[in-house]
Design a protein around this ligand. Structure first.
Ligand code: TRP
Ligand code: ZN
Length: 469
């Protein structure tokens, strides 16, 4: 008995001491699929990315400043950052101690940081993005990428730290400014609105771009090329600015002509477009993908040469501005909330423009693609249960879209579109989870959908859908 009391007293004391202890921030934000992505203990408000680019070496050099708030008292904290030579790091203007281990950069202030007292950290660095780090740290997306005509930046899911120091997880969204200096024969397109172009003495130009709304780090993009700018207007005066390589500007203009109508359609069915501008940038290189970089989706040059599927991809990336960018993930395993939604949204655009029959045929094709492969190879994951190494597989995109279509058949059109709008409204400018979506669907439809979602989102084998012949 006495022993037990001593044990209790020791435990209480230990707990008391522990509660007062000031500790370093964690080296991950708590995403089970990416334990080292993001960091604990602070919340970034703003990134100021100020870099110059050398077109002969692809070297970038400059400073990145993070304005952040500690969410607890901190003896130290981490940033995610890979490669480069760091010249100096300052905290609120004074040099500070730091060390690096793989993709983790640890900053140790002379005195601990106080919860809710904002701080500013500036990293001055230079180097060629990716040099010496590829393959070493499991990065799936290369971040800053040189091609023969310039640069594009595509970082989903974990490539942002390949070009700037970051709290690299969509749970910590922040606003951005980009001051990018390039030789004066190049044009720079980044996220948000172009504020100024400054001519420097040394035949370079500095482009200042700024976002109004917070965004996830993987959606930050800088694109450098010989772009021509095409401007237009979407619904409610929304500015549209497209950056096309001059060589293919005419065909690109054709390909992206439906954009304003698409925005109007998604405004109707999802809710108002979330950001200050939209548009696209076409990199003059043959990318095998497109990316929904916030306010300015990124495409490769093949999109401009009359691919029949172009409109589908264009609608898909636009739809991500609602689902993926305004409504962000809380954990990467829920990637179907981005890709399944964007894929189904592109089918809805097809239904809207080409009618019920074309839509039905397309849905049936998508369904059979998964159903047949399910039987043969079990190759595609359940939408809400992808492998960590295979987040962007067809189970996420195509079966994810089929899960939404099945939901529509289950609850009826009216309730289904109410669910989409309610889910968007509930999580816009914020972060969602699959559980959050299921809850909204059940509340709006007044149905118990647990078994339905178990089958469509989690079961290994896709449930059956009936098609009229
Ligand atoms: N999100 C992209 C899409 O909408 C796909 C994607 C995933 C991607 N990771 C990427 C694109 C990295 C470019 C780079 O389909
Ligand atoms: Zn997508």
């Amino acid at each position: 008995m006495r022993r037990l009391w001593i044990l209790v007293i020791v435990l209480v004391l230990a707990g008391g001491v522990h509660a007062q202890e000031i500790t370093p921030g964690l080296d991950g934000i708590g995403d089970p699929y990416f334990p080292n992505l993001g960091n604990g203990g602070y919340d970034v408000q703003h990134y100021a990315i100020d870099l110059s680019w050398d077109d002969t070496t692809n070297q970038i050099a400059g400073t990145v400043t993070l304005e952040a708030n500690p969410t607890e008292n901190l003896t130290a904290f981490n940033l995610d950052f890979r490669g480069f030579e760091i010249d100096s790091i300052t905290l609120d203007g004074a040099e500070v101690d730091w060390e690096r281990d793989g993709g983790e950069l640890t900053i140790t202030p002379p005195e601990s940081l106080t919860k809710d007292t904002a701080f500013e950290i500036t990293v001055t660095y230079s180097g060629v993005p990716g040099e010496g780090v590829f393959g070493a740290y499991d990065v799936f997306a290369g971040g800053w990428t040189r091609h023969t005509k310039g640069v594009y930046v595509a970082s989903e899911p974990n490539g942002a730290s390949m070009w700037f120091p970051a709290n690299d997880h969509p749970l910590d969204k922040a606003t951005f400014t980009f001051e990018i200096t390039v030789p004066s024969n190049y044009v720079v397109a980044a996220n948000g609105l172009l504020q100024t172009i400054t001519e420097n003495d040394d035949e370079t130009l500095t482009y200042l771009w700024q976002t109004n709304d917070p965004m996830a780090t993987y959606l930050a993009t800088v694109n450098i090329g010989d772009f021509v700018v095409q401007t237009g207007e979407g619904p409610n005066g929304l500015p549209i600015r497209n950056y096309f390589p001059s060589r293919i500007a005419e065909s690109a203009t054709q390909a992206f002509a439906p954009t304003a109508d698409m925005i109007a359609f998604y405004n109707e069915i999802f809710g108002p477009y979330p950001f200050e501008a939209y548009g696209v940038v076409v990199a003059d290189t043959d990318l095998p993908f497109a990316l929904e970089t916030q306010t300015i989706s990124l495409f490769g040059n093949r999109i401009a040469v009359g691919r029949s599927s172009a409109e589908t991809v264009i609608a898909h990336e636009l739809a991500h501005q609602w689902f993926g960018n305004s409504v962000s993930l809380s954990r990467w395993k829920d990637i179907w909330l981005n890709e399944g939604f964007a894929t189904y949204a592109s089918l809805l655009w097809l239904e809207h423009t080409r009618g019920t029959e074309a839509f039905q045929n397309e849905v049936e094709g998508y369904y059979l693609f998964i159903a047949n492969s399910n039987l043969a190879t079990q190759r595609f994951a359940a939408p809400a249960n992808p492998q960590q190494r295979d987040l962007f597989n067809a189970g996420v995109y195509v079966r994810g879209a089929m899960a939404l279509h099945a939901l529509r058949l289950e609850v009826g059109d009216a309730a289904f579109f109410d669910i989409l709008r309610a889910y968007y409204d509930c999580f816009k400018y914020s972060n969602a989870t699959t559980e959050g979506f299921i809850q909204v669907a059940q509340e709006v439809s007044s149905k118990d959908l647990a078994a339905f979602f178990e089958g469509w989102l989690y079961a290994e084998k896709m449930p059956e859908l009936e098609f009229e012949s």
